[in-house]
Design a binder for this molecule. Structure first.
Ligand code: ADP
Length: 874
């Protein structure tokens, strides 16, 4: 002992170093595991801190000659022991599956005990400090046996509790690594407990430097625990423990290059993807990917600048297309440490893109073929229809023909919609800009929709800022298409009696440009907020149940949006559900003539008669028309009949070529798609055969093939011009006139008969119903319409319906309501028709209450209508 006392100063220094070491270990453990979740790392740090404070406190106490300073450091040392014990309790409880509450309860209780110990055992009365000058150290002797007793009882209880908790822990653990940790926690506590014995027995045995033992005890206890905690953490889920696995098993290639631009690390996936397994270790970027000279250097340079860029590269060895993300990792001094390359295999993606492209091309091909197939019969229908309109004098038949005309136009527009989508999707929709006046566009749109609006008793108002420049430069057709699409929706999705308005305004954006503002407002059904983001998607239709009677494809708005984008414009939607919608379109347009357009008071056309008059005759001209369908030949011949041109027809290419060989034709109209020899081949042979009489004659392609870019192709193939089917009479004549020798053509007087000012007296007197709709149903034949009205007036169904209601004969009542619905609709009494329909449906749905409530009201309306009809028909 004497020897020990004489060298105690060194021993105190060793204790001090041990304390500092443990704090360092604890802090580095905390830093290393900072990414790990949970309390484990904090508990280990607290253990180290407690150990450090204990060693520091007691060693300085022992070194200090001043007894007050010695007392203060002893309290610090005691606080260290308490922190150590508290840390152990926290650690052990956190390793167990205790509920959060129990955990907090145990920790709270221990903290209170620790505080008591600090106050009671850390009190100045607990010990007396003595300085041994001969040995150069200070120590304490017990002053108050009760405080001493308290301290060790407190320790005993704490250790006992810990033992219990540790036993529960030991029983519950499943894995070896957990058992190991429990075992070492025991060992560590035994070491600490064992070396604390001298201090406990200090009152009985006179040992001066007991702190030496328990300081060494707490240090070794910590070291044992720290080593086991370290091992335990190696199993614990930490960034370090799994990063290597992640690196090697990741389904993405990872390559790390050093600052000499050599490959340093590559994971397994990268090795396989890039075929690096067979390569020597340190290779360069240009030996991995196909790169031009200088390119790798640029990649490194960009990465060093802090950019993480994507490249599409091809592997030299595997020839795979790889998406490469290349970035630089900087060190603490913000200097390049290494370069990281993330490689993603695009082979599958490339294959899918190619497949998708092929599918898209097949779709376009299909669409253009199908449109060709559909256009051919429509061509015949509308051509024949045109002939009927020209040659027939029977008004009823002209009326039917007009209906056919409208239907075929609708069908053509549907095909055009589908083709437009295909063109837009493949980026082949061209925008053609010419001078145009917006008032023509507005008039066209107004007249296109006014009847439809009237049919639904909707008011359609067009407004145009009178200061708008008169002539603009832009794609008139597309602008008309945009307004038509939006207007058609406004009419479709607005109830009877609704209001629709189209307003045109503008703002000047520069000297030559304005922004054309088109606003289409309705007070219709509106669009739900959640549907608005999907409004412009293809084939999107909303509230299908509610709108089931409204026809649509869900393509209109998508085409509209795409057209507006192509015109560099924007579209906004402002809609309140159940209240209405406003679509605002802004399109930049160049100004051609700044003169203001002025007030437009009336948007309706003066109705021109349908009969088309030829503008010229050319009896000396001779043309050949070639088509494999006889009806098509009939259409062309019929349309050109009034021009008195001599027309020969051929049904196939072979026949056509032989006719051309023997007769000279001033013009040849040649169909494209023909079996055996198509139009292109006929032309090629004709041009190749120098002996053919028509070798140099102009040849016009007649085509129903509206596929993208086909027009240009025909000209490249050597056709003089082309005309698309269905053939428009005016276009055909203009084309023929353009290519026939001028001397053959003599102009006729073009007569435009203007129809009688809108409607007869009868039509005027029928202002209480939609007489136009009624007249449409009567195929435009006014006499026929009058006849229907008379029959309607005479067939008063009221007595019978009243009778059936009284008898409650519902099946027969339904039949009469159904018939009233139909006949009223036919004469244009849409409101009464709807009321009758409601009665009919009420019977179907067994809603007798509704019938009883509304029958009289409907009958009254019916009576009033009959009265008015009587007056009108007088
Ligand atoms: P559709 O051929 O169905 O009319 P669109 O693309 O033109 O196709 O419109 C898509 C959907 O947007 C419609 O089905 C309808 O539900 C809604 N919609 C479009 N315009 C309006 C409007 N003015 N009022 C209410 N709903 C509208």
């Amino acid at each position: 002992m004497e020897v020990l006392y004489q060298h105690f100063i060194y021993i105190n220094i060793i204790i001090l170093i041990a304390g500092a070491t443990s704090v360092h270990l604890g802090a580095s453990f905390l830093k290393r595991e900072r990414h790990t979740k949970g309390f484990f790392k904090y508990s280990v740090f607290l253990l180290a801190l407690g150990n450090g404070m204990c060693c520091l406190g007691y060693s300085i106490m022992s070194l200090s000659p001043n007894l007050t300073v010695a007392y203060i450091f002893r309290v610090i040392g005691l606080a260290g022991i308490d922190i150590y014990l508290l840390a152990e309790i926290i650690l052990v409880t956190s390793c167990l599956n205790f509920s959060r509450r129990s955990e907090l309860f145990i920790i709270g209780l221990t903290s209170i005990a620790v505080l008591f110990d600090l106050v009671i055992y850390g009190h100045p009365d607990a010990d007396t400090f003595i300085r041994y000058d001969q040995y150069n150290f200070t120590t304490y002797i017990r002053n108050d046996p009760y405080r001493h007793l308290f301290h060790y009882t407190y320790l005993a209880i704490l250790i006992f509790c810990m033992l219990i908790i540790a036993i529960v822990w030991a029983v519950n653990v499943k894995y070896k690594r957990d058992r190991k940790l429990v075992f070492f926690a025991y060992i560590s506590n035994f070491i600490f407990g064992g070396l604390a014995l001298p201090d406990m027995l200090k009152m009985q045995v006179n040992i001066l430097c007991t702190h030496f033992f328990f300081c060494l005890g707490i240090f070794f206890a910590f070291v044992v625990f720290f080593v086991s905690a370290n091992n335990y953490m190696a199993f614990y889920i930490t960034v370090n423990s799994i990063s290597r696995d992640i690196f090697s098993t990741l389904g993405t290639g990872l390559l790390v290059f050093d600052t000499n631009y050599h490959l340093n690390l590559a994971n397994e996936y990268a090795n396989k993807l890039l075929g690096l397994d067979k390569q020597p270790h340190r290779i360069r970027l240009k030996e991995i990917f196909e790169l031009k000279s200088g390119e790798p250097f640029k990649m490194f340079e960009k990465a060093t600048e802090g950019l993480a860029l994507d490249y599409r590269l091809t592997s030299i060895i595997t020839q795979k297309v790889i998406l490469v993300n290349f970035s630089c990792k900087m060190d603490r001094n913000n200097e390049p440490m290494c370069y990281i390359l993330v490689a993603t295999d695009l082979t599958e993606e490339n294959r899918l893109i190619k497949e998708a492209q092929a599918a898209n091309e097949a779709k376009s091909e299909f669409l253009s073929n199908i449109s060709h197939e559909i256009r051919t019969p429509i061509n015949i229908i509308s051509g024949m229809d045109e002939l009927i309109l020209r040659e027939c004098d029977d008004e009823a038949i002209i009326g039917y023909a007009e209906n056919i005309n409208v239907a075929s136009k609708n069908l053509t527009s549907l095909i055009n919609d589908v083709l437009d989508i295909a063109k837009i999707e493949s980026g082949k929709l061209d925008i053609v800009s010419f001078d145009y006046s917006i008032d023509t566009v507005l008039r066209d749109c107004y007249n296109l929709f006014i009847n439809e609006a009237k049919k639904h008793h909707q008011s359609l108002v067009f407004k145009c800022n009178s200061k708008l420049p008169k002539t603009l430069i832009g794609d008139e057709i597309r602008i008309k298409q945009i307004i038509s699409n939006l207007l058609s929706n406004a009419i479709k999705y607005t109830q009877e009696n609704g209001k629709i308005s189209v307003s045109i305004d503008y703002t000047v954006t520069s000297a030559d440009f304005i922004s054309l503002i088109i606003k289409i407002t309705d007070n219709g059904i509106g669009i739900r907020k959640e549907d608005i983001p999907h409004l412009f998607e293809n084939f999107q239709r909303f509230e299908l149940q509610r709108n089931r009677t409204i026809q649509g494809t869900g393509l209109g708005l998508s085409i509209t949006k795409n057209l507006i984008t192509l015109l560099h414009g924007t579209i906004e939607v402002d809609s309140v559900y159940e209240q209405g919608s406003t679509f605002t379109v802004r399109i930049p347009q160049r100004v051609s003539d700044l003169t203001p357009i002025g007030e437009i008071n009336d948007y309706s056309y003066t109705r021109e008669i349908r009969k088309y008059e030829s503008t010229f005759i050319a009896p000396k001209a001779r043309i050949l028309t070639v088509d494999d369908v006889q009806m098509n030949l009939d259409v062309v011949c019929g349309l050109l009949k009034k021009t008195q041109i001599q027309i020969d027809c051929a049904l196939n290419g072979e026949e056509a070529l032989s006719m051309m060989g023997s007769t000279y034709y001033d013009l040849i109209l040649l169909d494209h798609m023909m079996p055996e020899m198509d139009g292109v081949e006929v032309l090629t042979r004709l041009r190749a055969d120098k002996t053919n009489r028509c070798n140099a004659a102009p040849v016009i392609m007649l085509t129903a093939n509206a596929s993208m870019g086909a027009d240009k192709k025909y000209l490249e193939d050597g056709f003089t011009d082309y005309l698309s089917k269905p053939i428009q009479p005016a276009q055909l004549e203009a084309m023929v006139q353009k290519y026939l020798p001028v001397e053959y053509i003599s102009h006729t007087q073009h007569v435009t008969e203007v129809a009688a000012p809108t409607g007869s007296d009868l039509m005027h007197s029928l202002n209480f119903i939609d007489a136009n709709a009624g007249l449409d149903f009567a195929a435009g034949d006014e006499d026929f319409y009058k006849q229907i009205l008379t029959t309607y007036k005479e067939e008063d169904k009221r007595p019978a319906m009243n009778d059936l209601l009284a008898k409650e004969d519902w099946p027969n009542y339904q039949i009469l309501a159904h018939s009233l619905k139909g006949t009223s609709l036919t004469i244009g009494a849409t409101e009464l028709s709807a009321a009758a329909k409601a009665l009919e449906f009420a019977v179907k749905e067994d809603n007798l209450e509704y019938i009883k409530e509304h029958h009289n009201e409907v009958m009254e309306k019916y009576g009033q209508l009959l009265e008015k009809l009587k007056k009108a028909l007088k």
